[in-house]
Design a protein around this ligand. Structure first.
Ligand code: CP3
Length: 350
């Protein structure tokens, strides 16, 4: 039939349109750490296998990635994996207890130079296989986000060796041995570029860098070390054709520095209102955030009010992706997530 050729292509999914600051039928929403311990069905899978095993078994990783999408009409999926996974591919011996613990923390030039170069297809093929499996199981309107740790956040775990409140050993390393620090950060930046590129080639439709700990830095050190390294990653990804998201936790004082980074979206925590952050970032960036994860413990009525305030602060300019300001807490009631997703969709339907 002649008419068949006239069928217009499927509309761009709202999440991808918002990343590119285009008009959307509703504000898209997904939840940081949406695949995880607040879901009984995740705990069920997890009771059969260690976390480290889940990461390496594509059919299990894909199942866990898809679990939140079966419950909630979320606008994006995020791959079930961990920011530390590619480091294991570079020869780092680590375990999850439940946070990452590095057996031999990296603090010397010899240890830095001993890190293997990451060849994703060879070293972490199971991640790429998970991406392919998830894509095959996702509806076309729900894009898959691939991710990596920000170079400085990975540096924090590698140098300190375990989770920490202040990451003092990592931060003092920047001042004591700045050239060595830059060397390690450059290695990580290059490895994450290769890792993200491989995820996109396998089917990831957006790429996110989680810079969970760069907010601990003073502005000049943030600029030199954290931003210097992430610029290197981003430069290596130019022309990749999928939106890039840079999430910086506790970064509200760093927005002017971040505004110049060549990414599409800046993810932010809840410590400053989105309106203020958007003004600092300027019109060239979309924003993702920024409800306090604690707000999911409010009464249904209050939760709507808190979420409504985030929407008001985001304003009417295109380019807002609703999210929490950091990962969802394991104690959260999944029904609160359901209410939040429905509310954001209803309140913003255009
Ligand atoms: O977002 C998702 O649902 C996808 C999967 C994902 C995990 N970790 C699974 C995970 C993602 C995107 C991450 C990112 C991650 N991992 C970050 C950046 C985001 C942030 O929260 O700041 C960081 C800093 C890590 C390091 C890490 N891995 C920590 C600190 C922990 C322990 C405690 C915790 O936060 O859950 C992990 C383990 C981990 N990563 C778990 C999960 C589901 C828990 C493992 C278990 O089931 O025991």
């Amino acid at each position: 039939m002649a008419g068949r050729r006239m069928i217009s292509p499927a509309p761009e999914p709202p999440f991808l349109a918002a990343c590119r600051r285009r008009q959307v039928p509703h504000t898209p929403i997904w939840i940081m750490r949406q695949a995880g311990r607040y879901l009984p069905e995740y705990r069920q899978v997890r009771s059969q296998a260690e976390f480290a095993t889940l990461l390496r078994r594509p059919e299990l990783a894909a199942e866990v990635t898809l679990q939140p999408l079966r419950r909630f009409p979320l606008d994006a999926a995020i791959l079930f994996s961990d920011i530390m996974t590619p480091l294991q591919g570079m020869g780092v011996d680590l375990s999850f207890e439940p946070g990452p613990v590095v057996k031999e923390p990296i603090r010397t030039d010899a240890a830095i130079d001993g890190l293997a170069q990451l060849v994703p297809e060879r070293d972490v093929p199971f991640v790429l296989e998970s991406v392919r499996l998830v894509r095959a199981g996702l509806p076309s309107g729900v894009p898959l986000i691939g991710f990596a740790g920000g170079p400085f956040t990975l540096f924090c775990y590698l140098v300190c060796g375990r989770p920490s409140k202040e990451f003092g050993t990592a931060r003092s390393f920047l001042y004591a041995s700045p050239e060595s620090a830059e060397r390690l950060l450059a290695r990580l930046a290059d490895a994450m570029a290769a890792y993200l590129r491989a995820q996109a080639a396998a089917g990831a439709q957006a790429l996110m860098l989680f810079e969970s700990w760069a907010g601990l830095l003073a502005p000049r050190e943030f600029e030199r070390f954290a931003l210097g390294a992430v610029r290197r990653t981003v430069a290596a990804l130019q022309g990749i054709g999928v939106p890039l998201i840079y999430y910086v936790n506790q970064g509200s004082a760093l927005m002017e520095c971040v505004a110049g980074l060549d990414v599409d979206v800046i993810g932010v925590d809840w410590r400053a209102p989105l309106g203020v952050l958007r003004r600092k970032l300027g019109p060239g960036k979309a924003v993702q955030g920024n409800l306090d994860p604690a707000a999911l413990f409010a009464s249904p009525q209050d939760l709507r009010r808190h979420a409504g305030r985030v929407l008001d602060e985001a304003g009417s300019a295109p380019g807002h992706i609703f999210n929490l300001g950091h990962g969802i807490w394991p104690e959260t009631d999944p029904d609160a997530v359901a209410r939040l997703v429905d509310y954001v969709h209803e309140a913003t339907a255009r």
